[in-house]
Design a protein around this ligand. Structure first.
Ligand code: BMA
Length: 312
């Protein structure tokens, strides 16, 4: 099997665009998706025509045909600490199903930088903000679906000049206060993910480890190319990476992935595991539309373990 076949694109892509939204937006992309009460709930990011982002909601019975609700789901908070740190927009939500509860991790932008907010929904109508769970220069936080050795665990992507855009793990007893952080994976020079990597979909538990579908960025003379890859974290110690697939599993190929708001981008915030051993993968195409595909979970795990590269 070649890397081109491991993810099968849905024939009806793109599955959601700005033309499907009952209010005015410029883009529909980088959505978190989870199953809730028998439906697929999609929290999607949209740029407004001032360049800032808000989050809308669409729902589906089959995971491919989505209908957007007329109401917005999340806009920058109006007051308090959340207003201070979300003033420039809310972006790239992940829906983390943790012990049956729905936690949303989102990028909050402001004049202070970008940091990660944690919110919760019990009904996909209302959203309750809980806390900011990182400082600035963090994006792409995903939370493991259960406590591991008595603590919650999250992956995210801090940035520093000395160690650019790498994946770190940290732990918490209450989802609010996090610590014991350490780096687990870094970009590899002259490789498809040499410039930046970041967690994508919330990790999926398998018999052989936690499957992490991440994004990797390669700089070119024509700008950056965003692709997706996979790695596998040890079940009882997710700071240990058992394997990183050496090749990407998805790259921009369809016209709406190559051209859009930002060209040459496939970017994921969601993968939904199904009972038949497949998963539905969701990605933003060129920061403008939502796309979907399917993959076999065991094949993705094999991909992590068979032709691997070191995590750092
Ligand atoms: C990243 C984030 C993502 C976006 C990607 C490609 O830095 O801004 O939301 O999809 O760039 O533009």
């Amino acid at each position: 099997m070649t890397h081109k076949q491991i993810v099968t694109r849905y024939e009806g892509n793109p599955i959601l665009t700005k033309d499907d939204i009952p209010y005015k937006v410029e883009t529909v992309h980088n959505a978190g998706v989870a199953k809730f009460a028998g439906k697929y709930m999609m929290l999607f990011r949209s740029h407004l025509d001032n360049g800032r982002s808000i989050i809308g909601l669409a729902e589906s019975d089959d995971g491919f045909n989505f209908t957007a609700r007329p109401e917005l789901f999340m806009t920058p908070a109006a007051d308090g600490v959340f207003a201070e740190y979300e003033a420039f927009g809310v972006e790239d939500p992940r829906v983390n199903v943790v012990e049956g509860q729905y936690y949303i991790t989102y990028s909050a932008y402001s004049k202070h930088g970008v940091r990660i907010g944690l919110a919760k929904t019990t009904d996909f109508q209302t959203v309750e903000r809980i806390a900011f769970i990182t400082q600035a220069d963090y994006r792409n936080t995903v939370i493991f679906g259960e406590k591991i050795n008595g603590r919650y665990a999250k992956l995210d992507r801090p940035h520093s000049d000395i160690s650019p855009w790498s994946i770190w793990i940290s732990y918490s007893e209450d989802l609010k206060y996090w610590g014991d952080s350490q780096v687990v994976m870094k970009p590899v020079p002259y490789h498809w993910d040499e410039m930046k990597i970041g967690p994508g979909a919330p990790p999926i538990k398998t018999d052989r480890g936690w499957l992490n579908i991440y994004h990797g960025v390669f700089p070119t003379m024509d700008g950056c190319v965003y692709r997706l890859g996979v790695c596998l974290h040890k079940l009882d110690d997710p700071a240990v990476i058992l394997g990183v697939g050496d090749r990407w599993i998805l790259q921009p190929e369809d016209p709406w992935e190559i051209t859009g708001y930002v060209h040459n981008v496939v970017f994921t915030c969601a993968a939904v595991p199904e009972e038949d051993g497949t998963l539905k993968l969701y990605w933003g195409g060129a920061d403008k539309v939502m796309c979907a595909g399917t993959a076999n979970i065991e094949e993705l795990v094999d991909f992590c373990l068979k032709d691997t590269r070191p995590p750092m």
